[in-house]
Design a protein around this ligand. Sequence first.
Ligand code: PGA
Ligand code: ZN
Length: 424
Amino acid sequence: RITHIDAIEVLDSRGNPTVEAALQLEDGSEGRAMTPSGASTGMHEAAELRDGDSHRYGGKGVQKAVAGIRDEIAGALANKDPGEQRALDRLLCELDGTPNKGRLGANAILAVSIAYARAVAASRKLPLYRHLGGDNAVTLPVPCLNVINGGRHADNTVDFQEFKIVPHHAASFAESIRMGEEVFHALKKLLQKHGLSTGVGDEGGFAPNLHSNEQAIELIIAAIEAAGYRPGEQVALALDPAASEMWHHGRYRFFKSNQSEIDSQAMTALWSDWLQRYPIVLLEDPLSEHDWDGWSEATRQLGNRVELVGDDIFCTNPELLQRGIREGVANSILIKPNQIGTVTETLDCVEQAKAAGYGCYVSHRSGETEDTFIADLVVAIGCGHIKTGSGCRGERTAKFNRLLRIEHELGSRARFAGRAAFVR
Ligand code: PGA
Ligand code: ZN
């Protein structure tokens, strides 16, 4: 039985307000959760509720979302025993009553949903990953570190949003994250040597002004070597160009570097060329969420060479994923709980992806908090890879540190996913 629900306005990593919910059960078990927030959001994401009052936080306040939890949600749930997570999440969706959770706000609903999962896990005296994933939740993910940031996440000349390193050839998560950090620090030295900026973007990756998108890859490969690793074999690459952000009247515009434009076919040809030249194991949003036909064609051409992850095009939404499976779009899906807004719908999306042979790739948002839910989630679903930042910034390392603790806690039962986690 839920005895108490509360919420406050707290801050995310960009200094914008976000929602924290706290929930208590009759036996005294408590759960708390904060919601993250994206910048390059997909158009079909569940809606955040923001106050729009320009006198507070430039309109980004979440006092309405907080009030919705304290009044309406607390009123509807207090002294109820929803039991299963699914029942609680259904109640929240019904209470909201809109298809995109826009009335109470997905930021409010997800905070309550996760807080409930934590409270029930505490009541069962189980770690969250085990409460959600059962006894088989023992697989630690490969961390994909976003070491160079561009696109909408940084004020530089780089069009593509995320250049990631994939330290897959390791015996454990702890070893993998060490390799990743070593490359991150080697990259910093290399940038310094070239007189390039070592200031970091929203996700903690470096955000230098470069003369081309390819220069980012070349610098990263040099950093992998400088750290003493073999590119590809030990540390591979992953990209999220976030191509929806480049979409401009049916073409792809290099909106930060030279303003040139190419069509969908040329974009796919560019990826095909890069896959040949660089050790890339995962490509997320290589095409726009508006370009379903281009996406199918790219999947036909590249889908047996690389993991193709749909982020904006699927929005962690079971219905959009269903269409993607039907139309042969992508072979993997990005899992961001706040794109859909409840724990249950997130897990349903994962189940649907797995049943269709799609990979799942768990993700943070560019605006994060120190909440570590996604670390437990990735172990619970055992999908073997996560992106949750670069080598620094507390809201990102909080997730790595949670995974280090989980690996330690699992002891000899822990398994490290390694290269096998990537679809090909
Ligand atoms: P976002 O970016 O959190 O700003 O949406 C992350 C992504 O595109 O994967
Ligand atoms: Zn993305």
